[in-house]
Design a protein around this ligand. Structure first.
Ligand code: CTP
Ligand code: CA
Length: 234
């Protein structure tokens, strides 16, 4: 049952969320992966479902219990994640790309184990770029969800602040909202790592998300999402 304190402001909405991190096979037993735990995507699924949404969670290599009432679709690599997102996002109200997608995958993932061979030294691993799933979901078309949300962890450097890079990325991807985690802005790492800001493509003011557990960030995303999904389809 929905906790009474939560607004049912996503009731009747279909929301598709990706979570976790992709694994790109090198051979039958090895992969290139990343450290994403899936916690942020799972927190979003939990909160969106508790606020009434019908949630599909496309989950890549996560070892967490599925949130109650959420439909989970398991995938492993980036291309499978893309196929599942495209399938389930068609005509959805909103999609959220919280998964960490490998930017590159090995060109060759043979059916046999890579072996050490005397005198040959280490093998070279040739990589090819993966499809940009978020940019694809953001492309205009009859199946495009009303609201497309991306995530980005950004650091600042001599050329720009994390927010500058976030704004660039929002424009480049074509999504409606981008949740930017500032992973270095002079604050303590554990604080910077958890605070964020939600940028909008339509020029609405950025929404600051205070430091807190991932459910706080998830609630902030739902707060921005819900009014954009209220009312009849445009
Ligand atoms: N993303 C995606 N498909 C990819 C790479 C990223 O859908 N092949 C999504 C992520 O799920 C995230 C957003 O795009 O929601 C931003 O990811 P990020 O890695 O920050 O963006 P990139 O375009 O890969 O840029 P960078 O070079 O900074 O890694
Ligand atoms: Ca990337």
């Amino acid at each position: 049952a929905r906790p009474a304190a939560l607004p049912p402001d996503l009731a009747g909405r279909r929301v598709v969320i990706s979570a976790g991190g992709t694994r790109e096979p090198l051979d039958p037993v090895r992969f290139l992966g990343n450290r994403s735990s899936g916690r942020q995507g799972y927190a979003l699924a939990l909160v969106a479902a508790a606020r009434g949404a019908a949630v599909t969670l496309v989950s890549a290599n996560v070892s967490l219990a599925p949130p109650p009432g959420v439909r989970v679709v398991e995938v492993t690599d980036a291309r499978a994640l893309q196929a599942a997102m495209v399938e389930h996002a068609a005509g959805a109200d909103a999609v959220v790309m919280a998964a960490a997608v490998a930017d590159f995958r090995p060109v060759h993932a043979g059916p046999t184990k890579i072996k050490k061979r005397a005198g040959q030294g280490p093998p070279a691993i040739e990589l090819v770029e993966n499809p940009d799933i978020l940019a694809g979901l953001s492309r205009p078309g009859p199946d495009r969800p009303r609201v497309v949300v991306g995530f980005a962890a950004e650091t600042g450097d001599a050329h720009g602040t994390p927010l500058d890079y976030g704004r660039d990325k929002l424009a480049r991807k074509g999504c409606d909202l981008l949740v930017v985690n500032r992973v270095d802005d002079g604050r303590a790492f554990e604080v910077a790592d958890n605070a964020g800001v939600i940028l909008a493509a339509d020029g609405s003011a950025p929404v600051e998300i205070p430091f807190g557990p991932k459910t706080v960030l998830a609630a902030a995303v739902c707060d921005v999402l819900a009014p954009r999904l209220s009312g009849p389809e445009p």
